[in-house]
Design a protein around this ligand. Structure first.
Ligand code: SAM
Length: 376
């Protein structure tokens, strides 16, 4: 999964130890900004407490539930059956033969004409996913297969959850975009080779790998995911809850970077526009944490709520100044109003999601704070 803010790296580097110390003393683990689900999965697989993963985005909830909602492994014969159904569905769809021919020409280059042909074919597709993203984030064939995998998900609820999460992960891994889906690579002399590299990926093979890997993993105790606002859900937490906060640090909304995954998760038809092929702004989740004038009051409000509810809290945040105006120092001061704070600095992989205050490139090694909070 290409996820820009994933805490996977830090789980082996300080954060995992802090969680391991506190989780056994807690009744539940609440991940209020769950993103890729890396932290929720870590806790659910290791500790016998329910995990609740919260995020504004539906695709995040889909990822979390693939493991949190199940307490045993799934056998994997269903995976091949699903793939067969999807393939048969694809083969009977309009444009499949032509998409297959185009896929064969991708292998020999000629990126501009490959993109033009794929876009022409996909513009008239019966599938919304192809019309929106085929010829841009995906080759024509990839987009037909993604649409057909989405339409032929298993009916059994556990398999369906794993299948949809595997499809979201595979869509992320195949997307012809740098680390996220804010904009596809252009079919030109500099980015064209990256576009072709992505378009050559075998969606079916990657989906099968992801589905089998997820099937083998499960939570020790059943948990759940919630699509919602952290600040509102925090009002329902209590003194036995260990709450993990990894809030946004970017002044650009996360929904701008993950709209393709959100479309696939929801299965709804979308009309898209612009270079990034976005759905309209009003359909993309909006976060106060990504608005420079609101981010500080958002985190202060959240910490005040968690303090009044008596929760133990772990926060991670880049030590320096982030593009949404927050910084490790500001987050620490906000926490000190309601909690006693232990602070450690660890190395993380900070993704700028379009830029922190100083650096524009996408991924940086960074200093990250891990704050452990006890209510006063
Ligand atoms: C830094 S990322 C979290 C990364 C995550 N810890 C991981 O390991 O993948 C921040 C997440 O917060 C979500 N988000 C933003 N505002 C939110 C809010 N008000 N309530 C809940 N989630 C929010 C974003 O959609 C994004 O997934």
């Amino acid at each position: 999964m290409k996820y820009m803010g994933s805490k996977r790296y830090m789980l082996c580097n300080g954060l995992g130890d802090t969680i391991t110390k506190l989780a056994p003393k807690s009744r539940r683990f609440i991940d209020l900004f769950s993103g890729s689900g890396a932290v929720s999965w870590f806790v659910a697989e290791q500790f016998p407490i329910p995990v609740v993963a919260v995020d504004l985005q539906l695709y995040s909830s889909v990822l979390a539930d693939a493991i949190l909602a199940r307490t045993g492994p799934l056998e994997i014969r269903w995976v091949e059956n699903w793939l067969q159904r999807a393939k048969a569905h694809a083969e009977s769809s309009k444009g499949y033969q032509r998409a297959q021919q185009l896929q064969n020409t991708i292998a020999v280059g000629a990126v501009h004409s490959a993109a033009t042909s794929a876009r022409e074919l996909c513009a008239n597709s019966e599938y919304s996913i192809c019309r929106a993203y085929g010829g841009y984030y995906y080759s024509a064939l990839q987009s037909i297969l993604i649409a057909c995998l989405r339409q032929t998900l298993p009916s059994d609820p556990s398999r369906k959850r794993v299948a949809l999460a595997a499809l979201v992960q595979a869509a992320s891994m195949c997307a012809a975009a740098p680390g996220h889906t804010a904009q596809p690579f252009k079919p030109n002399s500099s980015a064209g080779r990256f576009l072709l590299e992505a378009w050559r990926k075998d969606v079916l093979e990657i989906v099968a790998q992801r589905a089998k890997e997820l099937s083998a993993r499960f939570a020790l105790v059943e948990g759940k995911s919630i699509v919602g606002d952290a600040n509102i859900l925090a009002r329902e937490l209590n003194v036995d809850d260990l709450v993990f906060l990894d809030p946004p640090y970017s002044a650009v909304h996360y929904s701008r970077f993950y709209h393709v995954l959100e479309t696939i998760a929801s299965g709804k038809d979308v009309e898209v526009s612009g270079e990034g092929r976005y759905p309209p702004q009003e359909l993309r989740p909006h976060s106060s944490y990504s608005v420079g004038t609101k981010s500080l009051s958002a985190i202060e409000d959240l910490l005040a709520t968690l303090g009044s509810r008596g929760c133990r809290v772990i926060i991670t945040f880049p030590a320096g100044k982030a593009s949404n105006g927050l910084s490790g120092e500001l987050v620490t001061s906000a926490a000190e109003k309601y909690f006693k704070v232990d602070s450690a600095t660890v190395h993380g992989r900070f993704s700028t999601l379009g830029g922190n205050a100083k650096i524009r490139s996408a991924r940086q090694t960074s200093e990250e704070l891990v704050l452990s909070l006890r209510p006063r």
